[in-house]
Design a protein around this ligand. Structure first.
Ligand SMILES: NC(=O)C1=CN([C@@H]2O[C@H](COP(=O)(O)OP(=O)(O)OC[C@H]3O[C@@H](n4cnc5c(N)ncnc54)[C@H](OP(=O)(O)O)[C@@H]3O)[C@@H](O)[C@H]2O)C=CC1
Ligand SMILES: N[C@@H](CC=O)C(=O)O
Length: 346
């Protein structure tokens, strides 16, 4: 099968996915029998493109790097994102627009539209998954397509599918760890002597931060990830606004350096745990001994410890943000869809 892929949102992650697809085209065919065309890119500000016969990703990425815009490309279209999703009817839509924790928009409408026209959806966008997972899964089911979102908690580091698939049958008792790359990067840089703002700007440059970084530094991003984990791993509906939440804006460089001298590091820890019939979730900065596994997780790296009945504790450590890293999460979902379709054919 020749898969037609559409990319919605051509910022850090959308471009990260395009880079991987461009670079790995032959390897993906040889290794996984996965053949594809990217038929559209939708991003109203940077420029939307459509070509039923496939875009030249190499040329698109070069133009993006040189001009920061796709509006001079011959495949340019002024069509809105929803119209493009409907007209293109790609087999798979990769949705990577901004996370909106209040309405889920514009990603929520993009996903509804894509699923309802029969496109599988893969996404790194946390808003729609936190706010409307059941609805989206039911639209997917009605239309016989899949919705996958591996990247919404730990970017490309295995998390959701690791727990739901590889650890299926286990009861999860708690999950706890560092689930935001930007704040961990800032705290790490502050230990090296950077000022808070200097470190934040660096995180933005590297493509780790949300479009509004308040979400990262005030702990909202970690809280929405806790909401998603509460839903997926505990079956609990915990609203992001109900989570006891504190970010890192009050943490000073002096405190970070003092903690290190005392053998500790300050880390923004998200936790979801079951106590009796209650599911408790929180996000706050905590002093962690340098000797503890989490105490040595630095930069944009994340770590999550999943406590279960059958396996005890399982800890995963890896990138929690980044263009290519999150593009990898989308790619793993795309290949999972390809595998499922191969299985149903053979
Ligand atoms: N960056 C990371 O490391 C990670 C990001 N994520 C999530 O992935 C998603 C993408 O992140 P990232 O790439 O960093 O964010 P960016 O802000 O870099 O990219 C988002 C893109 O979506 C575009 N966009 C906005 N509205 C529309 C629309 N209606 N139609 C099409 N495109 C639109 C934006 O355009 P413009 O800016 O011009 O308005 C922008 O180019 C977010 O939801 C984020 O939370 C998840 C894990 C890690
Ligand atoms: N802004 C987020 C991106 C990934 O979800 C982070 O820094 O972790």
């Amino acid at each position: 099968m020749l898969w037609k892929i559409g990319i919605v949102g051509f910022g850090n992650v959308g471009q990260g996915l395009a880079h991987i697809l461009n670079r790995k085209k032959e390897a993906l065919q040889q290794r996984y029998d996965f053949e594809f065309l990217v038929t559209f890119i939708a991003d109203p500000v940077r420029g939307s493109l459509f070509n039923e016969d496939g875009l030249d990703l190499d040329a698109v990425l070069k133009e993006m790097a040189q001009k920061g815009s796709l509006k001079d490309r011959p495949e340019f279209t002024a069509e809105g994102t929803l119209q493009l999703i409907e007209r293109a009817k790609a087999n798979i839509v990769a949705e990577a627009t901004i996370t909106n924790l209040e309405s889920g928009e514009p990603g929520l409408s993009h996903m509804r539209k894509a699923l309802s026209v029969g496109s599988h959806v893969v996404t790194s966008n946390k808003g729609p998954i936190a706010l409307a997972l059941e609805e989206l899964e039911s639209v997917a089911k009605e239309n016989g397509v899949c919705l996958r979102y591996e990247g919404v908690v730990l970017s490309g580091t295995p998390c959701i599918n690791m727990v739901l698939e590889c650890m299926s049958g286990c009861d999860v008792k708690s999950v706890a760890g560092i689930v935001n790359g930007t704040t961990n990067y800032i705290l790490s840089k502050m230990e090296e002597g950077y000022d808070y703002l200097e470190a934040l700007m660096e995180a933005q440059k590297m493509g780790y931060a949300e479009s509004d970084p308040t979400s990262d530094v005030e702990g909202w991003d970690s809280a929405v990830k806790a909401t998603i984990m509460a839903k997926l791993f505990f079956g609990a509906n915990v609203k992001v606004t109900d989570i006891a939440r504190q970010g890192i804006t009050k943490v000073t460089k002096e405190e970070v350096i003092k903690a290190k001298k005392g053998g500790e590091r300050i880390k923004l820890i998200a936790e979801v745990r079951k106590e009796g019939n209650e599911i408790l979730a929180s996000v706050s900065p905590k002093f962690i001994p340098v000797s503890h596994a989490l105490g040595n997780v630095m930069g944009p790296t994340n770590a999550l410890t999943v406590a279960t009945d059958h396996l005890g504790e399982v800890t995963v450590i890896g990138p929690g943000a980044g263009r290519i890293e999150t593009g990898q999460a989308l790619l793993s979902d795309i290949l999972a869809i390809h595998r499922t379709c191969l299985c149903s054919v053979h």
